[in-house]
Design a protein around this ligand. Structure first.
Ligand code: NAP
Length: 505
């Protein structure tokens, strides 16, 4: 064991105990005790974050870029230990955690480069018009400013890239916002070692220690107190619809409501158009099986639904998918609770008359095996529950009678993170009818690909209409995610010497 957790909270540079302890529940390896978070600790972290904002919120982009790069370096310095504890806690393979660590440090460095370039500030100047009649106009300049302290809730399925120093934290720190992280109870040790890396970077670069705190969970009071704290000005959340909605409602009910950027679940429908299906039904079936079972299906972008037009090509597709899925061995899920929720979801499908099992498997404990079901377009539209996410390797084939019915089905979907069209040249007319529908439904529309795997780039949108996210104008992946933690301020007739430094370089 390379890393033995302290089991404490990190509040503004100090490692603190809480009220009692909770035990981690690793997939393998030893369990550890962690201090339970308290409202008092939340208050302390938020006070420190507010104090830190008075320097960090006004720091130069160069200073913040150096801090972000230092965090990436400190994470890399703990690479082996992070992979070890991360794999133990989540059951994810070491190779996956190594890759995710690279993505996490890559995001931090990407944001460092991004803020140095400065385009994100969206600086605007309307020159003064002293001679204008009937009234002169004063000079007006606009720039984006950080909102203040931000609360971050990481997800269980990305213990590095969507957690303690993941995309939300990187974006908020890049913007100039101190961060208070609510640790995920599924990977408290991974959270702690990453917090240790952030703390080391704080000491190395000399930023205010209140810029980062990690309060471990163990009690729902922590999250509730955090989103309601008056110093918190925005929340970044990745997780379930139920958890996200509960916290979103608390944010909206505050005396001063604040934006809650919740990235929630999605079923990510795929539409397989006739010519593409005729040309490569088997390849599509096998490809779908691979995407559906990647990481035990525990991706928010997992393509849970395939819509096909009834006929022999649809049969070829489902046969290939069943064959490929049947070969997939049981995989360990992130937590006992997620494994149980998967089995409950499976039972929900299996007990519906209108749904036919194509591949039904049994699993136990923390393991999950793939399951595949089939239904008709009419039944799908009549039964809303069939469009709800089952987190894990469960797929549903929806058979429709015609391209027109496929379009009708597309119109019936709720908001999605992604929607995919599989097409060939001969499918263009059908695709042209689907594209406007799908862009109303999803944050990302793909052609001839699988949605698992989200590139961290300038043009990525990882979000979408509710319930995919609680804020359709935002993304939680890619450089545009910094916008969530900024607000525009206009400066009218302000002497140059008084303007924020961001106008200068
Ligand atoms: P989760 O159970 O919602 O947990 C996320 C965080 O919210 C945890 O810190 C959890 O605290 C807290 N929380 C949950 N319910 C709460 C409540 N009622 N009050 C206060 N805090 C609450 O989600 P998860 O298990 O981590 O992730 C699985 C889900 O996330 C899936 O549905 C998946 O599709 C979705 N997801 C979405 C994305 C995306 O980008 N859209 C990415 C990954 C995952 P505890 O630690 O105490 O449980």
């Amino acid at each position: 064991m390379i890393f033995t957790p302290k089991g404490k909270h990190l509040v503004a540079g100090e490692w603190l105990d809480g009220a009692g302890t909770f035990a981690s529940a690793p997939a393998h390896g030893p369990a550890h005790d962690f201090a339970v978070g308290t409202v008092e600790l939340v208050n302390r972290a938020c006070e420190a974050a507010e104090e830190a904002f008075w320097t960090y919120g006004y720091s130069s982009r160069k200073e913040r870029a150096a801090f972000l790069r230092a965090i990436a370096d400190e994470i890399e310095a703990r690479a082996e230990a992070i992979t070890e504890i991360g794999s133990q806690e989540t059951g994810l393979p070491e190779a996956r955690l190594n890759g995710e660590r690279g993505r996490t440090t890559g995001q931090l460095r990407l944001f460092a480069d991004h803020i140095e370039k400065g385009d994100y500030l969206d600086r605007r100047v309307d020159a003064a018009m002293p001679e204008r009649q009937p009234a002169p106009r004063q000079e007006i300049r606009l720039v984006q400013r950080p909102v203040g302290p931000v609360a971050v809730f990481g997800a269980s399925n990305f213990p590095l890239a969507f957690s303690t120093a993941g995309g939300d934290t990187a974006a908020a720190l890049a913007a100039g916002c101190p961060v208070v992280v609510k640790g995920h109870s599924a990977h408290p040790g991974t959270g702690e070692i990453v917090a240790e890396a952030v703390d080391a970077a704080i000491r190395k670069t000399g930023v205010h220690p209140g810029v980062f705190s990690l309060i471990q969970g163990g009690s729902r009071d922590v999250g509730h107190a955090l989103v309601q704290h008056p110093h918190i000005k925005a929340v970044g959340f990745t997780g379930s619809l139920a958890g996200g909605r509960a916290l979103f409602d608390l944010c909206a009910a505050r005396p001063e409501p604040i934006p809650f950027f919740g990235e929630l679940g999605s079923v990510n429908p795929m539409f397989l158009l006739p010519e593409a299906l005729k040309a490569r039904a088997e390849t599509l079936g096998q490809g779908w099986a691979g995407s559906l079972t990647m990481g035990a299906g525990q991706f928010c972008t997992n393509p849970g639904i395939a819509v096909v037009i009834e006929g022999a090509d649809a049969d070829r597709f489902t046969t290939a998918a069943v064959e490929a899925l049947a070969k997939v061995a049981p995989q360990t899920m992130l937590t006992d609770g997620i494994a149980k929720a998967y089995r409950d979801g499976q039972a929900r499908f299996a007990t519906r008359n209108a749904v036919k099992p194509l591949l039904a498997t049994e699993s136990s404990g923390r393991d999950a095996s793939p399951n595949l079901f089939e239904t008709t377009g009419a039944q799908f539209l009549a039964d809303h529950a069939l469009g709800e996410e089952v987190f894990g390797p469960l797929g549903l084939v929806v058979r429709v009678g015609s391209p027109a019915e496929m379009e009708e089905l597309a119109r019936g979907f709720q908001g999605q993170l992604t929607a995919t069209i599989h097409m060939d040249a001969g499918d263009l007319e059908t695709a042209r009818r689907l594209r406007p529908v799908l862009e109303r439904k999803a944050g990302r529309v793909l052609v001839n690909g699988f949605p698992t795997g989200v590139e961290v780039v300038d043009s990525m949108v990882h979000g979408g209409p509710y319930p995919a996210s609680t804020n359709f104008g935002a993304t939680s992946v890619g450089t545009m995610s910094i916008r969530r933690f900024l607000r525009p301020v206009a400066y009218q007739n302000m002497p140059e010497d008084l303007l924020p430094e961001d106008f200068l370089g």
